[in-house]
Design a protein around this ligand. Structure first.
Ligand SMILES: Nc1ncnc2c1ncn2[C@@H]1O[C@H](COP(=O)(O)OP(=O)(O)OP(=O)(O)O)[C@@H](O)[C@H]1O
Ligand SMILES: Nc1ccn([C@@H]2O[C@H](COP(=O)(O)O)[C@@H](O)[C@H]2O)c(=O)n1
Length: 231
């Protein structure tokens, strides 16, 4: 299912708040559909770690200059897709609560958003995608035939993240993770540039009471409905 009767490559978008399961589900759905997976949060995280919060103090001209030296690439390696920033594979270094907070600060800057959205659209022109983030359905790929918005209560998301991080040996307190999630939700939903919100045609899935398999089946069901209507 690489193309559809609309414009360009087949794109599925998954947006939603922090820790709702976007990466987990996008990766799985992309594999199921046989198309690429794009984690746009990783683009903001790697940029934030590289450039720091000082990006906010750059002039528009300095910002443009900075982005001419930056590059992102999505590469297929074995049966997985890997994202590269400035020629280096993005790895586990971005998967910390601190990197998420910093990314959320950098993501408020309109010039940063415009530059990353341009990279994201270019990737979408090259290949069919399941693209996940905060503005995939609303801003970057509004013409995508299937647009999902995942949601879940902050306490549920915090518990899932806590289990994940403690499972990896990271020492985090549940209460700190919850506060971080609430603060990031607040920042992402209320920023002036491309705030987190569902597209008017998005399929909204509340995952609070569903396990990963339950959410996956729901997403596949909707993709099949759209694919059947597209024949
Ligand atoms: N429906 C679910 N039931 C139980 N656990 C889940 C569910 N969905 C996701 N998880 C788990 O929750 C954690 C967060 O998921 P994931 O990293 O995919 O979220 P995310 O939306 O991409 O987060 P972020 O926006 O912070 O990058 C992971 O440990 C994942 O395995
Ligand atoms: N399309 C996107 C993706 C991410 N952001 C911002 O980056 C932060 C980190 O994203 P994760 O999905 O990896 O948690 C996030 O809190 C957003 O502020 C974005 O703005 N747009």
């Amino acid at each position: 299912m690489r193309e559809f009767a609309g414009k360009g490559n087949f794109i599925v978008t998954i947006d939603g708040p922090a820790g709702v399961g976007k990466s987990t589900l996008a990766k799985r759905l992309a594999k199921h559909l046989g198309i690429a997976y794009l984690d746009t949060g990783a683009m903001y995280r790697s940029l934030a770690l590289h450039a720091g919060a000082g990006v906010a103090d750059l002039s528009d001209a300095e910002m443009r200059e900075m982005f001419t030296a930056y590059s992102y690439a999505l590469k297929k390696e074995d049966d997985q897709y890997a994202l590269y920033f400035n020629g280096k594979k993005i790895g586990e270094e971005i998967r910390t609560e601190k990197a998420g907070r910093l990314a959320s600060v950098v993501a408020k800057i309109p010039e940063v958003r415009k530059a990353l959205q341009k990279f994201q659209r270019e990737i979408g022109e090259e290949t069919a995608l399941v693209a996940e983030g905060r503005d995939m359905g609303t801003v970057v790929f509004p013409y995508a035939p299937v647009k999902f918005f995942l949601d879940a209560r902050p306490e549920v998301r915090a518990k899932r993240r806590y289990d994940e991080l403690t499972g990896k040996g990271q020492q985090e307190k549940y209460e700190d993770i919850l506060q971080n999630i609430i603060a990031r939700d607040e920042q992402d939903r209320n920023r002036a540039a491309d705030p987190l919100a569902p597209h008017e045609n998005a399929i909204i899935v509340d995952t609070s009471e569903l396990d990963i398999e339950g959410v996956f089946q729901e997403l596949v069901r909707h993709c099949q409905i759209v694919a059947a209507g597209d024949k």
